[in-house]
Design a protein around this ligand. Sequence first.
Ligand SMILES: [Zn+2]
Length: 413
Amino acid sequence: MASTLLTNIKLLAGVRNRNSLLRGPDLRLLSSIADAYLLVEDGVIAEYGSMDQLDDPESFAGTMINASDQLVLPAWCDSHTHLVYPASREMEFVDKIRGVSYADIAARGGGILNSAARMADASEMELLRSAWGRLQEIMQQGTGAVEIKSGYGLTVESELKMLRVIRRLRESSPIPIRSTFLGAHTYPLHYKDDHEPYIRQVIDEMLPVIAEEGLADYIDVFCENGFFSREEMARICEAGKRFGLVPKLHVNQLNSIGGIEEAIRQQALSVDHLETMTGQDVQLLGQSDVIGTLLPTAAFFLRMDYQPARALIDAGAAIALASDFNPGSSPSGNMNFVVSLACIQLRMLPEEAINAATINGAYAMGLEDEVGSIQVGKRANLILTKPIPSLAYYPYSFGTNLIDKVLINGETV
Ligand SMILES: [Zn+2]
């Protein structure tokens, strides 16, 4: 049996005896043990406690890691990404700096449609290779579980290709991966004015194959003006549910058009983005069981107003944080920066941000029994920081790499 013992941990943060989704004031409860040890057996957290409870470490036969002056945290749980994509889009980034409008970029075939055009030409092998590289990169940055969406296909063939790539990633990945079908990301150009045939493709041609091959856990819809209306989202969610897919939805990034209310009615697992929220949206979400997933790096990259995290927490909402890793609006999956930005711009306390990026992120993927906290029986997916003075120092020193080691299933990445 492979065992690893971490000793003299300055602070072991995110310790939990039992799972619970954290909402409102509970989000700031990050229980920690100072001067701690943690024992990993066969990739799983077997035991932890304070150093004075550890008897006879000298007789331990496995790998020893002395973590003095270091903090240990649960690895990040990134519950919203689009990390399977055919090509980066830095030329659009430069165009936007030069002042070209989003509408003009879209009219030139940019944006999601640009990715969709390239997706049609990309082979499954090419997609797999580039996505595998991104997966390695985020693991080195401390991510220990991730959700990945389709949505750059927009044809039956290409959407299924993306989902099959996600399945292959999942089969070889050391971290758990959840898969989301986002056929309703945008309308292909030739369906711009006649939505019905595309919605029929999603419901009648894509969903049955996805269900039969077990290609997705969740169904997602981009509910915004100019994309999918509230009614269209409701139809697609209901169809998805008939095939066993739970809704997990893009809403309120650009407009408030009833997406929150509908998502609650559909019993969605999460509503993601939330840059544009009315007071009523905040109250509704605060009283519901739906997780509000905030994507601050998307707001940062697009120079938009940030998500109203404080109002949501005051209203009692359960908040998660995710990277939205994608080539158009958040070309980074670095959750360390997401957590820093949540503290700096969304005014989340470090404890709130860390909980939102770990245990609540795990809930937003249905992975709360496997990851998201320091708990006996969960995977030993852990971040060991470099020597730092305190927990708050971690988000405070944004942009600095403070990771000494990442353990995934107890193994150093
Ligand atoms: Zn997204």
